[in-house]
Design a protein around this ligand. Structure first.
Ligand code: 1HE
Length: 270
């Protein structure tokens, strides 16, 4: 199904470092500083947070991409010059707030990657729920080279995808992974040809937008939290989440539809 996007209106239209378009239940959010390879300055990070906490009610899934030849060149290094220790802590916390708005927002977010996914790039990408890498994608964590450390949630999120050892290697040695190595190590779930990412992700976003909202909400909100819990705590939260979603009218309707043979079977489109 091809989506017809139109520019967002209202508050979202005023976010000048992003380009936001909406097609029915799917929003397309683009980092839009191509001349600076979508380097993340304070204003861009604040706009990204504003965007994800103000997505229109009708939106049920979002796609995040970068304008130009690269997804994101990470922290805007020109803003890093004279920051004090306390300013550094607050800056990192402000990035955490933006990444949390993406990961724990109202809708699932799919990143489409290409070119550089560097520094803050993997931090943003790992806040998204699904990552589709196009063939040109390369991943780097050059914080070691720059004399700094990740500050946008990367130390918590990237190892959950690719493991502590891969992240350690990338940060210590400057190792860069290409799209296929990233796939093997869990940094993306899909690799597609250059130019094919948006079609792939539109298809995924449309499928997600067709799910029962409470079920999608449970996947986005409960799964990462359960993964952080002890097994016993996780199983308890799983039981509550299962009971809540099963009790929803949407679940009952969908299960009745399967039983009366009007719903699609697994692996076959409806
Ligand atoms: C930038 C940035 C940036 C580009 N901050 N200005 N991130 C990095 O260490 C990555 C640094 N960037 C690069 O290695 C390269 O720019 C790329 C591999 C991403 C792309 O190369 P290329 O040849 O396509 O572009 P370019 O010519 O290097 O850059 C174009 C312009 O963007 C140029 O500015 P101009 O005024 O000379 O045109 C660059 O200076 C500018 N630019 N990247 C500022 N990052 C919360 S902790 C997070 C920690 C991190 O993210 S550390 C990783 C930082």
């Amino acid at each position: 199904m091809s989506l017809v996007f139109a520019p967002a209106t209202g508050l979202l239209a005023g976010l000048d470092l992003l380009r936001i378009d909406v097609a029915g239940a799917v929003a397309h959010v683009r980092l839009n500083r191509p001349a600076k390879r979508n380097a993340l300055n304070d204003a861009l990070m604040a706009q990204l947070r504003t965007c994800f906490i103000n997505l229109p009610e009708a939106v049920h899934a979002a796609v995040l991409t970068g304008a130009g030849d690269h997804f994101c060149a990470g922290l805007d290094l020109s803003e890093l010059t004279e920051r004090s220790v306390s300013e550094g802590v607050m800056h990192s916390r402000s990035w955490h707030a933006t990444m949390d708005a993406i990961q724990f927002g109202r809708v699932p977010v799919i990143a489409v990657l290409h070119g550089a996914v560097v520094g803050g790039g993997p931090e943003i990408a790992s806040s998204c729920h699904i990552r589709v890498a196009q063939a040109s994608t390369f991943y780097g964590l050059p914080e070691g080279q720059r004399g700094i450390f990740v500050g946008g949630g990367g130390s918590a999120r990237v190892p959950r995808l690719a493991g502590v050892t891969t992240m350690t290697d990338m940060m210590l040695t400057g190792r860069v992974l290409d799209a296929h190595e990233g796939l093997q190590r869990g940094l993306s779930q899909y690799v597609v040809a250059d130019g094919a990412g948006f079609a792939k992700v539109s298809q995924l976003a449309s499928r997600i937008a067709g799910n029962a909202p409470l079920s999608t909400f449970a996947v986005v909100q409960a799964l990462p939290r359960i993964a952080d819990m002890s097994q016993s705590d996780g199983l308890f939260v799983e039981s509550l989440t299962a009971a809540i979603t099963q009790g929803d009218d949407a679940a009952k309707k969908r299960i009745r539809a399967f039983l009366d043979k009007s719903a699609a079977k697994v692996g076959k489109s409806g």
